[in-house]
Design a protein around this ligand. Structure first.
Ligand code: FAD
Length: 519
């Protein structure tokens, strides 16, 4: 018999295995001789009361031995001589689609505009230190996609969209800490993710797949409503009858290409705003009610939302103990995002704080059709760059000055390596965005006492929250209705919003593609 029980554990006792086992045995009430094993299966933190504690769920094996969970990779097969499918994009959607195809006996051939994770690192340094943005290799483009040099939060609310456990288990089998399988808010960290991504690449190659870096999709060949092939780097034609298009939310050239080729798309509402950075100690004090965080507790986070004048204002992609990073994908634009290392030990807590944008908010962009939201997003990012210092330095304001419409005389310390300069963000952000943010952060200050402070930096602009365009597909075949063989996938197609949901979408699309090849 396997019995599940839940135990409350104080942080100081979390590393004391003997005491934990004792607490579990006591709670089961069984004779200890009958207990053959105890396994931790879920762990979360409850910080609502005066003192935070861990809530741990255990499986207790009574009169039976614990079983080993089989390795998913054992079911993989060699696909060198099997039917092929092209995947554009080596982000989570593309790589997990490739793994799924291999399991199903289809040979994935992947093309990505960027470089492998290692080479990519040099280009990130060039953005951070010299403000040089390579349009093919940056925080969004390159092996592992936008998810690689990120916070590596693996939490998703998309439970109905796929098998979260399978996606997490595959990450563990490629080197991620097994703790992600039990943590309620799993996280890997930017220092560990690249190795996991490189291991996934090795699996794809080992089982017969192909991966080509520095191969940008520049055209798709469509005849009589059917996909016939792709063109890479403007010169190399590659024939194919099935392609997973998983190019992420920042591949503006792809949306433009599809529009030029008459592929149906829709403008997609998204969200835009700023990134707000507080001292981590302040957030810990608010959330854990402790001046100094107990060492067993992770850097604390928050999630805030409210409605202002008919639109949602909410925190997004919170990075406790993290860094704000320059996430532009082309020269001449300012875009910020957040990331953190596995230990989440920086002195700062940052999160995107954004306003939902509906199509009716931007009537002057309707002339761009499906690209309306994209053009608006681009204009905001470029306007902020043009008003700036000609580098990746980002404009910022103290939080209370932001609300009161005052230029900050100076700015608090920041994790943002290219640096901040003081600016009135009311003049840089669209008025309807600024005004909602201004009200929203005051509401947040009431919900989370201490949040509204002069010690926080408001940094512009957080604009790559999700895709501004949708590439619709049939809900059962997962194929584009107008182009046979084209499988829009992941965040760029509007079907995911994060690492795990993109990975699960890749798996779902791969299964649909395998069926298509068999038909
Ligand atoms: C800094 C940062 C931090 C983030 N933190 C988190 C987090 O902590 N947790 C979380 O869940 N999500 C996070 N995200 C979001 C997450 O990374 C994305 O939701 C996810 O990566 C989407 O996966 P995808 O595979 O659909 O697309 P992407 O990851 O965007 O991958 C698209 C791939 O396509 C390639 N590509 C683009 N155009 C072309 C072309 N023309 N030809 C060939 N290849 C092309 C790109 O090089 C890229 O590798 C973060 C994003 C950023 C930028």
């Amino acid at each position: 018999m396997i019995k599940e029980i839940e135990v409350k554990v104080l942080p100081a006792n979390m590393n004391d295995e003997a005491a934990l086992r004792q607490a579990v045995l006591k709670k089961t009430g069984f004779d200890p001789k009958r207990i053959k094993g105890v396994r931790l299966i879920r762990q979360s933190i409850d910080a609502r009361g005066a003192r935070p504690f861990f809530l741990c769920r255990f499986e207790v094996f009574v009169d039976e031995e614990p079983t080993e969970v089989p390795r998913l990779l054992d079911a993989f097969q060699q696909v060198s001589h099997r039917p092929e499918a092209v995947i554009i994009g080596a982000g989570p959607a593309g790589y997990f689609a490739a793994l799924e195809l291999i399991e199903l006996g289809v040979r994935p051939i992947i093309f990505d505009r960027g470089k492998d994770v290692r080479a990519r690192r040099r280009d990130l340094r060039a953005i951070q230190q010299f403000g040089v943005v390579d349009p093919d290799s940056n925080y969004c483009f390159g092996e592992g996609g936008a998810g690689t040099y990120s916070d590596g939060k693996l939490y998703t609310r998309s439970h109905k969209r796929g098998n979260i456990y399978k996606a997490l288990k595959l990450l563990v089998e490629h080197g991620a800490d097994p703790a992600i399988l039990i943590d309620a808010h799993p996280h890997i960290g930017s220092n560990k993710l690249p190795k996991v991504v490189a291991n996934i690449r090795e699996t794809i190659l080992q089982f017969g797949g192909e991966i080509h870096f520095e191969h940008r999709l520049t055209d798709i060949l469509i005849r009589d409503g059917r996909l016939h092939g792709v063109v890479l780097n403007g010169e190399k034609e590659f024939a194919c009858k099935a392609m997973i298009l998983a190019t992420g939310h920042s591949a503006r050239d792809i949306y433009q290409l599809l529009q030029a080729r008459g592929v149906y798309m829709e403008a997609k509402p998204f969200a835009l705003g700023v990134r707000i950075e507080h001292p981590q100690m302040l957030i810990d004090e608010i959330q854990y009610h402790q001046k100094v965080r107990e060492p067993e507790l992770p850097a604390s986070s928050y999630r805030l939302n409210c409605q202002v004048d008919g639109r949602g204002v909410y925190s997004f992609c919170m990075c406790p103990g993290g860094l704000v990073v320059p996430a532009a994908t082309a020269p001449g634009e300012i875009v910020v995002n957040g990331m953190s290392m596995s230990r989440r030990d920086s002195a700062y807590a940052n999160s995107g704080t954004v306003v939902a944008i509906e199509l009716e908010d931007i009537p002057e962009y309707h002339q761009y059709g499906a690209l309306a939201c994209l053009e608006f997003q681009k204009d905001v990012e470029q306007h902020i760059f043009q008003a700036g210092t000609g580098s990746q330095q980002a404009p910022a304001q103290r939080l209370n000055d932001f609300v009161n419409g005052r230029l900050s005389a100076n700015l608090p310390a920041t994790s943002y390596i290219p640096g901040l300069y003081s600016a009135e963000l009311s003049g840089l952000l669209p008025k309807f965005v600024y005004e909602r943010l201004q009200k929203g952060v005051q509401i947040f200050g009431k919900k989370m006492h201490g949040y509204y402070t002069q010690e926080a930096n408001v940094i512009a602009t957080e604009s790559r929250t999700s895709a501004p365009v949708k590439i619709p597909r049939n809900s059962s075949t997962f194929m584009h209705e107008g182009v046979e063989g084209l499988f829009p996938c992941g965040e760029g197609a509007g079907y995911a919003g994060g690492i795990i949901s993109a990975a699960m979408d890749g798996q779902n699309v791969a299964r649909a593609l395998a069926k298509f090849l068999q038909s």
